[in-house]
Design a protein around this ligand. Sequence first.
Ligand code: MG
Length: 226
Amino acid sequence: MIKAVFFDVDDTLFSFQKAHRAAMVPLCQYVWEQLQIPPEEFVLAYDTQYRRMEEEIGPQAAIHNRMIRFLRILEEREKPLSFAPLLNDLYWNAVLDAGEPEPGATECIRSLRQKGYFLGIASNMTLDWQMKKLDKIGLLPCFHRIVSSEEAGIEKPHRGFFDLCLRYAGCSPQECLMVGDSLELDILGAENAGMRALWYAGPEKLSAHPGFSHYSQLEDRIALLD
Ligand SMILES: [Mg+2]
């Protein structure tokens, strides 16, 4: 019987890709007007720095830290480093403004909470912005524990991340379910730790892996696992 359910955040509960695309518009405009970095160059540098940090630092939450990413972009171009916190605030505030809950997620999470499940967050990211995203979509009070890779010291799909989730949930792996949009990070990672997993495919994706495409289906899927 499932007793605990952990959720990924980005593109599982919070529409991150949509919010990111929206946030890059004012950010690129600001960078062009204030620093004369062309938008195409800035977008490319933003992606390149993420890949470089991933290679250099490894699977830790710091690779998602936008302040570090902006600092490195400015340093490489000999621009004033004082712009890094401005870019960081501009980006994240725009992401929070544009972000929405995935369709049906709010009702589903509240219902699961009412039914007595232990609810957790399991996210590869620094903690502060994940808390703000959950607060923005009104779901923060629903969760018993927020596990970030910043706290775990390692990212999904590493076993150590899921072991921390299990310790917090206080139940056996078979009683613990992971819900997420990434087959590699969320689904295979949780299954390798002995947990159950359901893939949130979203309305536009199809897969042979057991999952669901709308949150109205999740409670039925959980019942089938019991
Ligand atoms: Mg995700």
